[in-house]
Design a protein around this ligand. Sequence first.
Ligand code: MG
Length: 369
Amino acid sequence: MKITKIETFLLHVPVTGSQIADSAHRITHWGVPGVILHTAGGLRGYGYTGTHAHTALDRLITDCIAQTYGPLLEGEDAQDVQRLWRKLCHFPPAQWVGRSGITQLALAAVDIALWDLKAKAAGLPLWKLLGGCRPGGIEAYNTDGGWLNLTTAQVVENCRRFVGEGYPGVKIKVGSPNPNDDLRRIEAVRAAIGPDVKFMVDANGKWDLPTALNTARKFEDYDIYWFEEPLWYDDVEGHAALARATRTPVALGEQLYSLDAFAAFVRAGAVHFVQADVTRVGGITEWWQVADLALAHHLPVAPHAGDMGQVHLHTALAHPACTMVEFIPWIRHCFEEPIVVKDGLFVPPQQPGAGSTVTAGALQEFGIR
Ligand code: MG
């Protein structure tokens, strides 16, 4: 399966309600810098990463794919995913300028495209190729109603609707300047959804350790399923201290770029729910390594949806450490086989590939030239 051509693309797709905010970000579009790997036999593999749709930065990612990784891939056998991942990941000039950030996001897009090709060549959806652990589906939780720019009444209404639709879990944003504002919102949501729904909160790295310690103790009154990114993303010791001090489990990983970064948090007892993201660690290959690390420590994996669920649905259906997948529907209409949730479960995809094939219509409608 010889790679004959490397083509990049860039989509900017509007988010729900024209704008969303958490404690650290305010965005109007989801960025999808990606790659199409063409092969001699005619198969095409699609891969992409996820960004906040900043054109100049997104261009650095697609340029890295086209100009740095492209020449390393041309003429190679796309079946050799592990070898090619190592070739790109350990390419000395790329390592020199970044083992995280833009080079890693570019690597993620390429690796997903390679796995997409491998599954298409096998005639199987990727989750089947990887061993198919959950043919009946996997639990979904809905994040797309709890943004910080919404009123408490809107968040309560959204969460109540999600529960009515069958979602077994919901997540809302916290990290307000006054944590009491978040506590009032949490109290209102818990009262609306009842005691049996999994209820997660996400501070997007906003708070310092004293604020997080104080607030996490108060979360315990509302049976919070996890407290996501309470502190600065790379603060291993701070998260470990928080994890020791509260009964509310700590979730993190959406901003970690490597197996080594996850290993540091796991070794320190600083994480309970491992939220590796295929679009940020170096693709499916490194995501699987992180999931194995979690499994070895008996920690659940609940991937962050930088891919908006299209690819994680496959990896989560296959890896035994995964317990649930985040649902955010912003870009699902861009794919040939969009993710589907029915009665609170993601429905296993049936088409060959990694779920990453973008439609011609989406390239036309949302493509940035
Ligand atoms: Mg998050």
